[in-house]
Design a protein around this ligand. Structure first.
Ligand SMILES: Nc1ncnc2c1ncn2[C@@H]1O[C@H](COP(=O)(O)OP(=O)(O)OP(=O)(O)O)[C@@H](O)[C@H]1O
Ligand SMILES: [Mg+2]
Length: 266
């Protein structure tokens, strides 16, 4: 049994089938990169995993426990009540950083923790006080190299810095799996490098399981334990970087890699 098992996911929007029989496994601490050209279902797959879309078929389990299947889409089904709990398995970093503009960098990271600890206090459970929340959040800000920006507002930070704050915020509740949807595609090339470096450091230091949708092929090759090529909503290839990039058995993947190589050499 793998840590994360994604089985036969199906998703349509109206008559358009966007995900078809998508399956893959991930072990604890592994990094998966999802690659593929535009419109092939990469964002939809991440959104389905994170309960931002319902699925039409298939299932997802963590440590053998099913945390998503098609019944989660039915409002009347009691499983729906578990969505807010199950969602906590994931942290999500979007292409646009989505920070709260009215709060400082540090406060943006503290907010999710403040909300959770307030709930814990209400329920009579152990909870972190404000000082502890601030300390934990500052620790994460240090990890992404932005301690000195703690009192700055998002508009006072570069895109790369904002994205690093967003990464720290996604980690503050200690999710099992950190998901990124093209975390660098809104950034200039020089800022892309600093964000990719932070993701690499998080992998090395925390051994956190990650799913990264990316167009950065060199990064995907270097950081990933597994690579998944999504083509027309199907898993065209799934394997180690070397299996997918160097020796793809699948014709769609061969073409995709070849067109990337051509672009690189232009
Ligand atoms: N809410 C929606 N309603 C209808 N169709 C949608 C919706 N969301 C996505 N789609 C369609 O699903 C398909 C896959 O879209 P998706 O955003 O998952 O692609 P992607 O691989 O992330 O592309 P990109 O690389 O451009 O981000 C597209 O044809 C898109 O138009
Ligand atoms: Mg997308």
């Amino acid at each position: 049994m793998a840590f994360l098992e994604v089985r036969n996911i199906e998703k349509s929007f109206g008559k358009v089938e966007v995900l078809k029989d998508v399956s893959f496994d991930l072990e604890l601490g592994e990094v998966l990169s999802i690659i593929g050209s535009s419109g092939n279902g990469k964002t939809t797959l991440l959104r389905c995993l994170n309960y931002l879309e319902t699925i039409d078929g298939g299932a997802v389990s963590i440590n053998g426990e099913i945390i998503l299947d098609e019944e989660y889409g039915d409002r009347k089904n009691p499983k729906n009540k578990k969505i807010s709990i199950n969602r906590k398995h994931y942290g999500l970093v979007f292409q646009q950083f989505n920070l709260f503009p009215q709060y400082t960098a540090l406060k943006n990271i503290m907010l999710p923790l403040e909300l959770r600890e307030k709930e814990r206090k209400k329920k009579g459970l152990n909870y972190l006080d404000n000082k502890q929340i601030e300390e934990e959040s500052l620790e994460l800000l240090k990890k992404v190299g932005l301690e000195e920006k703690k009192d700055n507002y998002p508009c006072e930070l570069s895109g790369g810095q904002q994205q690093r704050v967003a990464i720290a915020r996604a980690m503050v509740l200690k999710p099992d799996i950190l998901c990124f949807d093209e975390p660098t595609s809104a950034l200039d090339p020089e800022l892309t490098g600093e964000v990719l470096k932070v993701i690499k450091e998080l992998k090395d230091e925390f051994k956190i399981t990650m799913i990264i949708v990316t167009h950065e092929m060199e990064f995907a090759r270097n950081i990933s334990d597994k690579v998944l090529h999504l083509s027309k909503g199907k898993v065209a290839s799934f394997g180690t970087p070397s299996e997918v990039f160097d020796n793809p058995a699948n014709d769609d993947t061969k073409q995709f890699i070849a067109s990337y190589e051509r672009m690189k050499n232009e």
